[in-house]
Design a protein around this ligand. Structure first.
Ligand code: HSE
Length: 452
């Protein structure tokens, strides 16, 4: 029997919304460029969505549209299924059906991978198909391919990411224009960056989803998404943005991943970083991911973390990579999680109590003699060394004054212990506030040029 020579790669798309439309647009408009690079055509064989009547402004043959997922799952000619529908339960069911039918899968679904990825990766491993998910982290920024391929021979020391455009937009407006949180959020919603229910974004959960996805790829271990310490920006007080500015810092929501001697740090929370760090100049809805590798030094990836065409670009890059595998008859040229699935063990990230960094502290204290010495005495007893102090005068009609301090490196459990004691003092009028600070110049022995 003469084997029929393959002349194209056929894909099926589930979810013809914003990202799905971007994917079809790029595949259609750049088809000759893609053919030149791949040597084969990529044919969108079927598109499944509940809405197949709205015109998406893309030239496609209407016969490819269907509301029946089985037309994709049961089509033996389709070798790659692209899931751009979003959501968790239904998307998971559809992806598992596609995998069990022997299809390679491309997805942009960060919530699904972070919360139910285990089952999906396991199914793909057992069936022996590939799964790619570049668009799930950082939209158009090729972070996953950078970690899996560009840095495949290097050890990552740490990653600091601004991976939520909504939070970055809100913090930028609060910092640059003195807006209140609620006003900046409303504006982000009007611009289409934030959802009508913004919880996932502003409480840091979306950033934690993205962090959970890159952990196995970076370190060959996995963590439960719920074990990632997550604190959003809804409680960021403009007064701390103002003090940070006076001290030369910006507040950014960072996802932090670090390999330390005593464990893995995986955490999402607002952080103060000095003006001179490039990350502090990543503004509005833009994303950036800063990586330090042992051999490569530092890398900064910067760009659009969301949107039809940036996210579509990432999905298309995955389709083309998997098409290369399909054409050459290979599987897992690059393992989906960068390491052999069977070797990836679960770890628990380091407790926040054990984090050691610099801290910004703000106390609301009565303006009386001896206040500073009482506070600094408790901090000293807790092994916390102060690097600088600002105390402002009392405003008209105000009883208390903000006392702001920057510490040398301290252990978070010591900060919490000291705060418990300080907040019991009768000279303290409101709960004390702290922010974690990443600044190599105030770390003992730190070098100014360490990371920018
Ligand atoms: N909600 C996300 C953000 C979209 O604001 O960045 C992309 O994941």
């Amino acid at each position: 029997m003469v084997e029929k020579k393959m002349d194209c790669v056929k894909i099926g798309l589930i979810g013809y919304g914003t990202v799905g439309t971007g994917v079809v647009k790029i595949l259609t408009e750049n088809s000759s460029l893609i053919k030149k690079r791949l040597g084969y055509d990529i044919v969108v064989e079927k598109i499944c969505d509940i809405d197949i009547s709205t015109d998406r402004g893309v030239k496609i043959d209407k016969s490819v549209l269907t509301t029946d997922i089985n037309e994709i799952i049961n089509d033996p000619e389709i070798s790659i299924v692209v899931e751009t529908m979003g959501g968790i339960d239904l998307a998971e069911e559809m992806m598992l059906s596609a995998i069990r039918a022997g299809k390679n899968v491309v997805t942009a679904n960060k919530a699904l991978l972070a919360e139910a990825g285990e089952e999906i990766y396991k199914a793909a491993h057992e069936v022996g198909v590939d799964i790619n998910f570049e668009a799930s982290v950082g939209g158009g920024i090729p972070i996953i391919r950078t970690l899996k391929e560009g840095l495949v021979g290097d050890k990552v020391e740490f990653i600091f990411g601004i991976t939520n455009g909504t939070c970055n937009y809100i913090l930028t407006r609060m910092t640059e224009d003195g807006m209140a949180f609620a006003q900046a959020l409303k504006e982000a919603q009007e611009l289409g960056y934030a959802e009508s229910d913004p919880t996932l974004d502003i409480e840091g959960l979306d950033s934690a989803h993205k962090l959970a996805i890159i952990i196995p790829i970076t370190y060959g271990v996995k963590v439960d998404y719920e074990d990632i310490y997550t604190e959003g920006i809804s409680k960021v007080d403009p007064i701390d943005i103002k003090f940070a500015d006076e001290m030369g810092y910006k507040i950014k929501l960072l996802s932090i991943l670090k390999d330390t001697k005593d464990g893995l740090e995986a955490r999402v929370h607002p952080v103060m970083i000095p003006f001179r760090y490039l990350l502090s100049n990543v503004n509005f809805n833009l994303n950036a991911i800063y990586i330090r590798g042992e051999a490569v030094g530092t890398i900064l990836l910067y760009g659009q973390g969301a949107g039809m065409m940036p996210t579509g670009t990432a999905v298309v890059s995955d389709i083309i990579e998997l098409s290369r595998n399909v054409i050459s008859g290979r599987k897992k040229r690059v393992p989906p999680l960068s390491f052999d699935y069977a070797d990836i063990k679960k770890v628990t990230p380091k407790s926040m109590d054990d984090i050691v960094t610099n801290y910004y502290l703000r106390f609301s204290a009565l303006d009386k003699p001896g206040v500073l010495s009482k506070i600094s005495g408790i901090l000293g007893d807790a092994n916390i060394s102060i690097a600088s102090v600002i105390q402002k005068g009392r405003g008209a009609g105000e009883e208390d004054v903000p006392v702001v301090m920057m510490t040398h490196e301290a252990k978070e459990s010591d900060i919490r212990k000291a705060f418990d004691e300080i907040d019991k003092l009768d000279i303290i009028s409101k709960p004390s506030i702290f922010y974690r600070v990443e600044d190599t110049t105030i770390k003992r022995g730190g070098r100014k040029d360490e990371w920018r």
